[in-house]
Design a binder for this molecule. Structure first.
Ligand code: ADP
Length: 456
């Protein structure tokens, strides 16, 4: 069932329930009022009847008749009953009419002169005890509340009809408004159906304002932008990767072709093989980097995480750098290390973090012509901060935003070895550890990379 139908049904049911409860309350109230009012009228008649029957000597009979005729209309099917009671036993002497139940008579006898009411489905009774020197009597007046019943019946019919009309009206109007309200959502659904990976540039028509629909449209458009960028990056990555892989492969095939072109000297063969080995090494490095990049791009659940000390990590990074770039001037700075081990303990994968920080440290050494590079550990309240600072060639300001793109190399790196994979790999690893990375750089002045990793 569509949400608009569900909403309308719910709204209709809610309103109908409120209507029904209100109507029932009004009906019950009116019904009770009609009975009370009728009983009062019956009581008045019973009292007048008693006076008329027993006190006609004291006031003129004519006067009573006048009052009754002038002020009291006759009630429908009005019947009077007068029962005499035995003075000693207090029981009725007059035979009980069949309409009057014994329990009602008993209630009147025990009522201490108050009027007692009794009611069958259509008939109302009002009875009272009357005592005088001639004896004790029970005076009963009975009548049917025909007008009241008819009125209540009419009221019930009106209420039922209005309820049904109201339900139909509310449902129709509700459906109209629900359709109107959900139209933008239907439009969005229609537009989204038209979008595929082939036309990711398309956007939903944005609406003014801050309502939910406008926000949904904006969110969709932002998501499409992100998807577009992701697709473009992926396509770019694939074309860059194939280009980078093709270059050494072409060199290998070319060199082998050249060597096999004719019979050559042993020295020439050796030279060709050297070339092939060198290009194969480049290929190996590239494939290794690409594999790491792909692996660290996942969610990280497959990586083994352990508690590691950041200072130990940096010692290992330094050791690794010394092995790869002998004679480098990488300096460790551990000034304000906390006494407690927990102040420098992080949760992570030691080998991956060593690769990430190692790449950044090696870049520092590489792009500063083996100048001095500092690798500093600064413990903070919730983080450890690792700062790698060099005074090398720097990165042009307009190219800074691209340095995390795989295979990107800044325009001033000609003459420096590299493939543009190290930094994206480091970023993936740092993200995997819920850390952050920030690069500040000025051309010909140097670069500062700040990594923050959460403490355990
Ligand atoms: P590469 O193998 O080219 O060093 P990276 O992915 O490690 O690849 O770095 C990407 C690019 O970022 C580099 O080509 C370089 O232009 C720039 N870069 C990174 N670190 C530095 C640095 N310390 N000094 C200057 N440029 C840097």
């Amino acid at each position: 069932m569509k949400i608009q139908t569900k909403t309308t049904l719910l709204f209709t049911m809610l309103t109908a329930t409120i209507f029904l409860v209100l109507n029932i309350t009004v009906y019950l109230f009116m019904n009770s009022y009609s009975h009370t009012d009728f009983n009062k009228r019956l009581e008045l008649r019973a009292k007048i009847s008693a006076k008329f029957r027993f006190e006609q000597g004291e006031v003129s009979t004519e006067a009573f008749r006048e009052i009754q005729k002038e002020y009291l209309e006759k009630l429908p099917e009005e019947q009077p009953f007068i029962l005499q009671l035995d003075k000693t036993s207090g029981k009725t002497i007059t035979p009980l009419p069949k309409q009057v139940p014994q329990s009602f008579v008993n209630d009147i006898i025990n009522s201490n002169g108050r009027t007692v009411f009794y009611q069958t489905r259509f008939r109302h009774f009002a009875g009272l005890l009357y005592k005088d020197e001639t004896g004790n009597f029970i005076v009963i007046k009975s009548a049917t509340n025909r007008y009241g019943s008819e009125l209540m019946q009419q009221l019930l019919t009106i209420k039922l009809v209005t309820l049904i009309c109201a339900v139909v009206l509310i449902f129709t109007v509700g459906m109209y408004f629900a359709k109107k309200t959900f139209k933008p959502i239907r439009d969005i659904t229609d537009s989204v159906k038209q979008i595929s990976q082939l036309n990711l540039h398309r956007r939903l028509p944005e609406q003014e304002g801050t309502d939910e629909i406008a926000e949904l449209t904006r969110t969709f458009n932002q998501m499409l932008s992100r998807l577009g960028t992701a697709f473009a990056t992926q396509n770019n990555f694939i074309s860059n990767a194939s280009h980078e892989l093709r270059t050494p492969l072409t060199a290998i095939v070319g060199e082998a072709d050249y060597a096999l072109g004719k019979v050559r000297t042993v020295q020439a063969y050796q030279q060709s093989l050297q070339q092939i080995i060198q290009q194969a090494g480049v290929l190996q490095e590239l494939i290794k980097g690409l594999l790491s990049l792909a692996q660290t791009g996942f969610d990280g659940e497959s990586q083994r995480m352990e508690i590691i000390r950041a200072d130990q990590l940096l010692f290992d990074v330094k050791e690794n750098c010394d092995a790869i770039l002998p004679g480098n001037k990488l300096r460790l700075h551990f000034d304000n290390l906390p006494a407690a081990e927990t102040g420098v303990s992080i949760k992570g994968n030691f080998d991956l973090l060593k690769v990430a920080i190692g790449n950044i440290a090696i870049n520092g050494c590489k792009y500063s012509g083996r100048g001095i590079v500092t690798l500093e550990l600064i413990p903070e309240k919730n983080w450890v901060m690792i700062v790698v600072k060099d005074n090398g060639i720097g990165i042009p300001a307009n190219e800074l935003k691209h340095i995390y793109d795989p295979f990107f190399r800044a325009s001033n790196t000609k003459g420096y070895d590299g493939y543009g994979i190290g930094l994206p790999l480091s970023v993936n690893i740092i993200n995997l550890h819920q850390g952050t990375i920030d690069v500040k750089s000025v051309v010909n002045e140097g670069t500062t990379v700040t990594i923050k990793l959460p403490l355990i």
